[in-house]
Design a protein around this ligand. Structure first.
Ligand code: E4P
Length: 214
């Protein structure tokens, strides 16, 4: 499973990117706002992320109509050939996704809640969709079941699933076991993935034994 980090906080990202375990970084306007990154600072953030261990960086368009989303998508992609353009799953967003994809710009269709949007994303040629698992669950939907439907619906289409809006680390291996290929997690969830008290307890024993062996 490909792991991504869902943050724009350089201090929080740096140690996690340095592990080499996370393939890239996803952002959206809320994430940028929380990290205090203005839109004019996105190019320098992208450069920093790519120099700090991210193979890929995802940046979301902010325009509302298809022509403007398309222009913004091309401008973002001009920053790097390792940048994937995130486009919201609105009607204009799907039109722009089709145009950008046809022009060779990789697009992740984001803010996806329903399997129908997955089908539309594939028709538009998106490389990935980002279903919002946490928000789906919080809205009372069976997010896990919808994700499985999306994955089955997309099989063989060339459009993959990158699960977003993940609230806890425990769901990550369950998503992997369901066959989902990629997930993005906040830095707190990423740290929680490493935490296992039984491993820590066993290491205390091994360290004590190692000392006794010297
Ligand atoms: C990632 O690409 C998404 O934009 C993000 O995971 C949304 O998560 P949220 O529900 O925590 O805002």
């Amino acid at each position: 499973m490909d792991l991504y980090l869902d943050s724009a906080d350089r201090d929080a990202l740096a140690p996690l990117l340095a592990t080499g375990l996370f393939r890239g970084v996803t952002t959206n306007p809320l994430i940028l706002q929380r990290a205090g990154v203005r839109l004019s600072e996105v190019p320098s953030l992208v450069s920093w992320l790519l120099a700090s261990g991210a193979d890929e960086v995802f940046v979301q368009t902010t325009a509302a109509d298809a022509d403007a989303i398309e222009r913004e998508g091309h401008a973002l992609r001009d920053l790097s050939d390792r940048l994937v353009v995130k486009v919201p799953a609105t009607g204009p967003g799907l039109v722009a996704t089709r145009r950008l994809s046809a022009a060779g710009v990789p697009v992740l269709l984001t803010v996806v809640y329903h399997p129908n949007q997955a089908v539309l994303a594939a028709a538009a040629g998106a490389r990935l969709i980002a279903p919002y698992l946490g928000r789906m669950t919080e809205a009372g939907r069976d997010g896990r079941a919808d994700l499985r439907t999306m994955a089955r619906a997309l099989a063989g289409t060339g459009t993959g699933v990158l699960v977003a809006s993940v609230r806890d680390a425990a769901v990550v291996p369950e998503l992997a076991a369901d066959g989902l290929e990629a997930v993005t997690v906040g830095t707190d969830v990423a740290h929680a993935m490493f935490a296992e008290p039984l491993t820590d307890a066993a290491m205390v024993q091994f360290d004590a034994a190692t000392s006794a062996l010297r």
